[in-house]
Design a protein around this ligand. Sequence first.
Ligand code: A3P
Length: 277
Amino acid sequence: CYQPIRWCRPGAEDSAGAVPHITIVPGRRPSDPELWVRCYYQGTWVLAPHLPGIVSIQQSFVPRRGDVVLASPPKCGTTWLKALAFATVARGAYPPGDTERHPLSRLNPHECVPFMEMLFADGSGSGKMDALPSPRLMATHMPHSVLPPSIKENAGCKIIYVCREPKDMQAANPEKVLFLRYDEMLRDPVGNVKKLAQFVGQPFSPAEEDAGVVMDVVRLCSFDKLKNLEINKAGSGSLFANDSYFRKGGVGDWTPDMARRLDAVVDDKLRGSGLSF
Ligand code: A3P
C-alpha cells in the first residue's frame, strides 16, 4: 500500500502534485521521536505511522449505514470524545451508571474506539472492520481533505468532529457532520452528550433523562475519573502511553505571549480566505 507514495524534499510537492515529504516535528514527548515524524500527503500533514493505514483506507474502506466516525486533530479532545461517544452508543449493553463493570473502567478509550489508521495499517483493516457489528464507532486523525469519498459522500455514515478552537470551521452539512468544541464540551457536557446522542440516532428518552443516564455518561467519562483509572496510569492502547492523553483537561493553559504568537500564525494562514474568528 506504499506504492502511490514517493518521498521527496519539502517544496517538491508543489510541482509534482500530491507527493509527500517527511520532516521531524519536535514533540513535547520526545520519548520516541519516530512517532512524531509527519508526512506531507495530498496537501496536508499526517503522522507518519498513520500513513500506510490512510492509503489503505482510501483504497478499501467501505462505509456502512449507521457508521460514526469521530474525527479530530491530535490534542483536541479525541480521548474524551471517544469515551463519551462509546458510553453513549453502547449504553444499552453497558449502563454508564454501572461503573464497576463498564469497559471504560478497565480499557483505555483508545481500546474502546479504534483509530482507523491503525486498524488498516497492516492491510487487514477491511476484514477487521467488516467483522464489527453495527453501529460501528471509529476514529481518525485524517483531515477532511484526506478522507476518502466513500466516507464523505455516504449519507449513512456520520462524522463527529471535535476541535479546540474553531478557527478553520467551514459550513458543513448538519445532517452529515456534527461539530463539537472542546471548550464548549467542558462548559456544558450534558448538553453536548445529548447533542451527540441525537446526532447518532440514539437520543436519550425522557425516562433515561429522569433516571440521570446522561449524567452517568458524563461522570463515567470525566477527566478525574478516567485519569485516575489504573489502565490510564500505565500501559499503552495506541501509539502513545495511556497517561499522555490526560494532562490537565482544562482551558487557558497558555501565556499571553503564546497566544499572541499563535494568533499571528492563524492570521497569516487565514488571510484572504474569507474566514474570521
Ligand atoms: P491538556 O493537554 O490541555 O490537558 P487528545 O485526546 O485529542 O490527545 O486531547 C488531549 C487533551 O484532552 C488533553 O488536554 C487532556 O488532558 C484532555 N482530556 C483527556 N480526557 C479528558 C476528559 N475526560 N475530560 C476533559 N479533558 C480531557
